[in-house]
Design a protein around this ligand. Structure first.
Ligand code: NAP
Length: 247
C-alpha cells in the first residue's frame, strides 16, 4: 500500500462483486475508507467482508438499492452524519436484461434504466451536495462500449449507458469550478459474473472482436478508476476512458 488515498472517503455502488469489488479492494489498499453498497446478494457481500477483515473498519458494506430514492437518501444521510463528506463516488452498479427490442417487456426496459441511469443520477445528486460544501470531489461513472457501439439485444442497456455519458458531460460542466471532476470509464468485456449466460460460442466470438484477443480483468478497470480519482487527474473532466483491449 502506498497510501495515496489515505483518509479519503470513497462511495462505490456494486462493491461486493466483479469490477466494483476490485475497485473497492484497490482503494482499500491505498488507504481509503470505502462505503460500498450492493443489491441483495448476501453471500457475496459476506465473502467480501471476510476477505477484507485486515482493513478493520475501513470497509463498510451495506445493502442499498440505488434505484430507490428513499434508500439512497437514507444512505447519504448516514454518510453525512458519520463522515461529513466524501471525496470519491464510483457509480459502478449495473444490470442487463438482454432481449431483442421487439420482444422486450416494459419491465425489462424500466428495470435497466432505473438501476443504471436513475441510480447514477440519485447517487451523484447526493454526492455532489456533499462535495460542493468541501469544494472537492471525484465522480466516476462506469459505462460501456454498448453506449456508442450498440449491441444486438441491448437497446435498454445501451440507452442507459449512453444516458450516463450525457449525464457525465453535463454534470462535469456544472461542477468544474468547484473542483469536482466527473468522468466515465468504459470497460470492454471483463471477466465477471456479468458475462454469465454467454455460451461457449459467444465467448469465442466476443474474444475475436477484441484486438488483444482476451477479456479484461476487473483489476485493469480499477487501475483506470483510481487514476481518474487521483490528484494527478485534476484537469480531466467530462471525459471517457476506455479499458477494452482495443475494441
Ligand atoms: P456484476 O459482477 O454483475 O456485479 C454487479 C454489482 O452491482 C453487484 O455488487 C450487485 O449487487 C450490484 N448491484 C446490482 N444492482 C444493484 C442495485 N439496484 N443497487 C445496488 N447495487 C446493485 O457486474 P460487473 O461485471 O462488475 O459490472 C459492473 C459495471 O461495469 C456495470 O455497470 C456494468 O454495466 C459495467 N460493465 C461491465 C462489463 C463486463 O464485461 N463485466 C463490460 C462493460 C461494462 P448484488 O451482488 O447484491 O446483486
Amino acid at each position: 500500500m502506498n497510501g495515496s488515498f489515505n483518509g479519503q472517503k470513497v462511495v462505490i455502488s456494486g462493491a461486493s462483486r466483479g469490477i466494483g469489488r476490485a475497485i473497492a479492494r484497490s482503494f482499500l489498499k491505498q488507504g481509503a475508507t470505502v462505503i460500498g453498497v450492493y443489491a441483495g446478494n448476501e453471500v457475496a457481500a459476506e465473502k467480501m467482508r471476510l476477505e477484507c477483515q485486515d482493513v478493520g473498519d475501513r470497509l463498510r458494506l451495506s445493502r442499498c438499492d440505488i434505484s430507490d430514492p428513499a434508500q439512497v437518501a437514507e444512505l447519504f444521510q448516514a454518510i453525512e452524519e458519520e463522515f461529513s463528506s466524501i471525496d470519491v463516488l464510483v457509480n459502478n452498479a449495473g444490470i442487463r436484461r438482454d432481449k431483442l427490442m421487439a420482444l422486450m417487456d416494459i419491465e425489462d426496459w424500466q428495470q435497466v434504466i432505473n438501476v443504471n441511469l436513475t441510480g447514477t443520477f440519485l447517487m451523484a445528486k447526493h454526492a455532489v451536495l456533499l462535495m460542493l460544501k468541501q469544494k472537492y470531489g471525484r465522480i466516476i461513472n462506469i459505462t460501456s462500449p454498448a453506449a456508442s457501439l450498440g449491441f444486438q439485444g441491448q437497446t435498454n442497456y445501451s440507452a442507459s449507458k449512453a444516458g450516463q455519458m450525457g449525464l457525465t458531460r453535463s454534470l462535469a460542466k456544472e461542477t468544474a469550478r468547484k473542483k469536482i471532476t466527473v468522468n466515465c470509464v468504459a470497460p470492454g468485456f471483463i471477466d465477471t459474473d456479468f458475462l454469465d449466460g454467454l455460451d461457449e460460442n459467444q465467448v469465442v466470438e466476443y474474444k475475436k472482436m477484441v484486438p488483444m484477443r482476451r477479456f479484461g480483468r476487473a483489476e485493469e478497470v480499477a487501475a483506470a478508476v483510481l487514476f481518474l480519482a487521483s490528484a494527478d487527474a485534476a484537469y480531466i473532466t467530462g471525459s471517457l476512458l476506455n479499458v477494452n483491449g482495443g475494441l
